[in-house]
Design a protein around this ligand. Sequence first.
Ligand code: COA
Ligand code: ZN
Length: 304
Amino acid sequence: MSEKVVITDVGPRDGLQNQPKILSVEERLELVHAIAAAGVPQIEVGSFVSPRAVPAMAGTDQVFAALKASEFATPTIALIPNMKGYELARAAGAKSVTMVLYASDGMAQKNAAMTMAEAEVITLEILKLAKQDGIEVIATVAVVFECPFDGPTDPAVVEAIVAKFMAAGADQLVLADTIGAAHPQQVRELTAALVASHGAERLGCHFHDTRAMGLANVYAAVESGIRRFDSSIAGLGGCPFAPGASGNVATDDIAMMLQQMGFDTGIDLDRLMSASNLAQTLTGTAPGGRSKAWLQGYLAKQVG
Ligand code: COA
Ligand code: ZN
């Protein structure tokens, strides 16, 4: 039996939040269904954030309602920036939330009008409530390698946040390279240290491909034992509050690479290409994975 890697497609949230074109709830649902049909095991389907701050995520409650009505079977996640987001996610029936923590005050301020310390206090409160509510909490630490406002991040800051929230009972901790500034050596060092202290089970990584190092960084994290990754269908993405951030590492590329390396992702690459094509058609801007042209030709030959 090959070893599992769990991919969470964050395209319908991280991807769509930064597109020039705002998709309708129906279009967002179509994309979520296409990603699920490809066997992606988890999908971040939207966020509960201020619709003034991120207009593309307005209506996430309707996305949840429609998924519930259709007895959608793939586990879904909602991103939240604060307590109001938690309350909205819970009311919408979310069973898993991603709460954002920060490795810099500059990013905390720009993204959520908080300090790092305030985000920590709120996350601890959310963890308590979520235990009672039966909701899973993924704590994603933003800008773990570099912040667009405050510069390079001290790994000791990230290690302290991870230790605190591992102890506080977060279901997972995700290390986010929000602007795609990391290189593989940094990734190897940070992930190896964290895996040594906490084990890999609850750790994940989230890379953006701004400097074409997304896949190399995934590989470095895999080498350290990380088995959970966020990625976006067709490489959609970017954070509206982090200047210079481009799309996430593409699910297309990461699924192909991990499968070729012998990992079990549960993803059907042929169907994933259909989801990737849909993402490109719906947005008009999704780049598509770098491997896509080759992969489509290869898959066509397999079938034919
Ligand atoms: N969802 C929806 N609305 C929210 C909200 C949430 N999670 N949190 C706050 N709001 C509303 C408030 O109710 C208030 O509405 P009102 O003016 O109609 O009363 C308004 O947003 C402003 O609230 P305030 O507390 O003053 O916040 P702010 O203006 O300082 O903005 C955030 C802070 C967090 C609400 C906003 O910056 C945000 O939504 N950021 C999310 C950023 C994001 O999604 N980044 C990408 C993912 S990491
Ligand atoms: Zn991101």
